[in-house]
Write a protein that binds this ligand. Structure first.
Ligand code: DI6
Ligand code: FE
Length: 401
């Protein structure tokens, strides 16, 4: 029999358009099976739901389940030793010579089995789930050869078999140039990255394609090559752009109708307006900003002016953002980037869903999945305001809590 349940609470942040948080005071949510059947003020509740089983959450806040729309949670090893070496005064070269940096993660990932990759990722996934996350995007990009890229994506897909969470996978073959192609990014893209992308797609392992457009990674021309192939296959694209310099990556991504452009500290007004025209989401990643002690801020004022939707994500990765708290990311979005708490909440719900191209979650509305979080707070601003405190009371995934 289809499950039927009404949730009742003093405060529901539906995140529907209109007022801040789409807040309903003294509201109800009717859940039928995996989906939301109705949401509104309890006094307006249609008769048909009156005799359904009911959970009353009192003064608590109910929000959409949170969405972490940019992560690299699948990887081998970690970089704690490198972190320690640097803080003991080692130079970049010394760290690199000791086998550190992104290529050390590539090496550890290549030597890990699919089971190892899954097992290592689960504590990170569990930390996100414990804070009310119901959907996680996971990228490849630490394999940089066909076999390992596919293994990463298979491990990522398996997360949703062992945990109650939805996984969206992104192929990030254009993340770094592997040692065997050192100094020859063009050949890597043509001979390894693109064939791997095609195979990942054929195996049904990939929902979107991403790249790292940066002086230390791939040029706009090399990224264009990847995007052209993604377009042929019919996969949506995203891009790590303008993180450390302005190469015009966001404008390039927007010209391909990108779902999101990510990082964006060095983005200029032309780039913002290109994103606005394309409907590309600005995926801001304050964890990397913090870890790299960046001082250049993403152009939040311009995103507001041009009405570019802003999302926030952990960018969980072993190098520039070893972070597994989306609540801390909301706080960083406010404290570091001067976003408002209502923008931060939209950034990890409605706009995060937009950035993944999924329209059935991120907002509490009839027909959407019943992916919800119930919080031991009454005011939604509390979720962004606190640091290092997790007020999750209950998490509901596809109607089940
Ligand atoms: N941007 C970053 O900051 C990281 N990757 C990326 O695309 C760095 C990843 C790493 O150091 O492992
Ligand atoms: Fe990233």
């Amino acid at each position: 029999m289809t499950k039927k349940l009404v949730l009742q609470s003093a405060n529901i942040a539906t995140m529907q358009d209109g007022k801040p948080y789409g807040l309903i005071r003294s509201g109800s949510i009717a859940i039928e099976g995996e989906h939301i059947a109705w949401v509104g003020e309890t006094t307006d509740e249609p008769k048909q739901y009156r005799d359904w089983p009911r959970d009353d959450f009192g003064e608590r806040l109910i929000s959409p389940g949170l969405i972490d729309a940019h992560t690299h949670v699948i990887y081998g090893g970690n970089r704690a030793r490198e972190f320690e070496m640097r803080l003991n005064g080692a130079t970049y070269e010394e760290v690199a010579r000791a086998g550190g940096g992104i290529l050390s993660t590539v090496k550890a990932t290549r030597s890990a089995t699919e089971d190892d990759l899954l097992t290592d990722a689960l504590p990170r996934v569990d930390a996100l789930i414990a804070e009310g996350v119901t959907c996680i995007e996971v990228k490849s990009g630490y394999g940089l050869d066909k076999e390992t890229e596919l293994r990463m994506l298979r491990a990522a897909r398996r997360i949703q078999q062992v945990r109650p969470v939805r996984i969206k996978t992104t192929f990030l073959g254009a993340h770094a140039i592997p040692p065997e192609y050192s100094g020859n990014g063009d050949a890597y893209i043509a001979e390894s990255c693109i064939p791997a992308m095609q195979e990942a797609y054929d195996e049904g392992l990939v929902d979107a394609v991403d790249g790292f457009c940066e002086t230390i990674a791939f040029t706009p021309e090399q990224i264009t090559h990847v995007f052209e192939e993604a377009l042929k296959i019919g996969l949506p694209i995203k891009l790590h752009a303008e993180q450390l310099s302005n190469l015009g990556g966001a404008t390039l991504a927007a010209s391909y109708g990108a779902l999101s452009a990510d990082h964006l500290e060095y983005l200029d007004e032309d780039g913002v307006s290109a994103m606005a025209r394309a409907g590309t989401v600005a995926m801001l990643l304050p964890g990397a900003f913090y870890t790299l002690r960046e001082t250049q801020y993403p152009p939040v004022e311009l995103f507001r002016k041009y009405k570019v939707p802003m999302a926030l994500a952990t960018d969980c990765n072993p190098g520039s953002s070893p972070l597994t708290s989306l609540l801390l990311v909301m706080n960083m979005g406010c404290t570091l980037f001067r976003m408002t708490p209502s923008e931060a909440m939209a950034a990890v719900t409605r706009n995060a869903a937009l950035g993944l191209g999924i329209m059935d979650t991120g907002v509490i509305a009839p027909g959407n999945r019943a992916d919800l979080a119930v919080w031991d707070v009454t005011d939604p601003a509390e979720l962004s305001y606190r640091v290092g405190f997790n007020p999750l009371h209950k998490r509901i995934f596809g109607g089940y809590g």
